[in-house]
Design a protein around this ligand. Structure first.
Ligand code: FES
Length: 85
């Protein structure tokens, strides 16, 4: 019986793959619309006060709406941080 051997490069630990070098890591807040947390934070910093305003600006939450809770939590966290400072 013959086995197929894959020629994968050895990686130490959780090293980033070669194609990912130079790319910024992005945490997606909205997977459907590919909107990252940093984009939402920029939107909040620009003055967005509600999930609807963020949706209108970025499109996040306009598909399946699973991300709305996360967006609301980000809004709440930012308002708490603004109130604390
Ligand atoms: S994850 Fe944001 S609309 Fe689906």
């Amino acid at each position: 019986m013959r086995y197929l051997r894959l020629a994968l490069p050895k990686q130490a630990g959780r090293a980033r793959p070669p194609y990912a070098k130079g790319l910024k890591r992005a945490m997606y807040a909205c997977v459907c619309r590919a909107v990252t947390e940093s984009e939402i934070n920029e939107c909040i910093a620009a003055g967005a006060k509600s999930a609807k305003q963020i949706r209108d600006a970025t499109g996040a939450g306009s598909d399946c709406a699973i991300c709305i809770r996360r967006i609301c939590a980000m809004l709440k966290r930012n308002t708490e941080l603004a109130a604390a400072s």
